[in-house]
Design a protein around this ligand. Structure first.
Ligand SMILES: [Zn+2]
Length: 285
């Protein structure tokens, strides 16, 4: 199937109370793991690329894997650019075939975030590309975006309502207490804030910093309005651990294809588990 944007998949998720998993890929093998996992459990899925991954490989290389892997596929798949501050890279991805982009101007003052996010919507919407925008500051390290604990702050609900009314994003990422990377302590999720923002904006909410959250936390966030859940750090670990575990168990064998296969299976199993947890298994139209 050709790639689609996030609009239909997130509105279906909102009306049926589940969330679509958005998984950050790193290379061809990890992209294949996402597609195979989605097909295995017949789920819609979002393939995400960090800005750093796009710069590392280049848009034409990534789009060639994506097309080759997704065209024969029978499940709805979107290709989304995760946290991007660079308008030129956003434009390049849109031109190259990404069906969805995230503008992250959350480190800028509110009015500037609002106008930059609105500009991206104006560029993307005529091309049928969906836009995710962020408000507040999500703690942790994601790609080249570092937010220290003392600089993290939750989204403000009044600002969130104004932001969504004026930007009209297809997906909204308010900071609600989750963190990028690995959690150091028990995360404090602002459920009331999430509930209020989801109800008052009626925009699909993206949950960032999914790795390391307890199953009940995912379920509660989804029940309160999160329809997109990002998983990145977990895949970074599985990517490395899949290699290392196989080599440690077979350390006299130097067969790269077997190592790649072990990595693929480790990634795929983790993705399937998350898709089932988010409730999107069996939801491919
Ligand atoms: Zn994020």
């Amino acid at each position: 199937m050709p790639l689609e944007n996030m609009k239909a998949m997130l509105s279906k998720a909102a009306s049926e109370d589940y969330a679509v998993g958005a998984f950050n890929i790193l290379d061809y093998n990890s992209t294949r793991a996402v597609v195979l996992a989605a097909e295995q459990v017949k789920a819609p899925v979002i393939i995400q690329t960090s800005a750093k991954t796009v710069i590392f490989w280049g848009t034409s290389v990534i789009i060639s894997w994506i097309r080759q892997l997704t065209y024969p596929s029978s499940v709805p798949i979107a290709l989304h650019l995760d946290h991007c501050k660079d308008l030129n890279l956003i434009k390049e991805c849109i031109k190259s075939g990404w069906t969805s982009v995230m503008i992250d101007a959350s480190s800028k003052p509110f009015e500037e975030n609002l106008s930059l996010s609105r500009e991206v919507v104006e560029i993307a919407r005529p091309k049928d590309v969906t836009v995710e925008a962020e408000l507040g500051a999500i703690v942790g390290v994601e790609d080249d975006i570092h937010v220290k604990e003392q600089d993290a702050h939750l989204a403000d609900s009044e600002q969130a309502i104004k932001f969504c009314a004026e930007v009209k994003p297809d997906c909204f990422a308010p900071a609600i207490g989750t963190a990028h990377g690995v959690y150091k302590g028990e995360p404090k999720i602002a459920y009331d804030l999430l509930k209020e923002i989801a109800a008052k904006t009626a925009v699909p909410i993206a949950l960032h910093g999914g790795t390391g959250l307890a199953d009940e936390v995912f379920k509660k966030c989804i029940s309160l309005g999160c329809t997109k859940v990002n998983i990145s750090t977990q895949l970074k670990y599985a990517f490395i651990d899949g290699f290392v575990a196989y080599h440690n168990a077979n350390n006299t064998e130097y067969n790269p294809l077997k190592v790649i296969d072990a990595q693929l299976h480790q990634l795929q199993a983790g993705i399937v588990e998350k898709i089932k947890l988010f409730g999107s298994a069996g939801k491919a139209r």
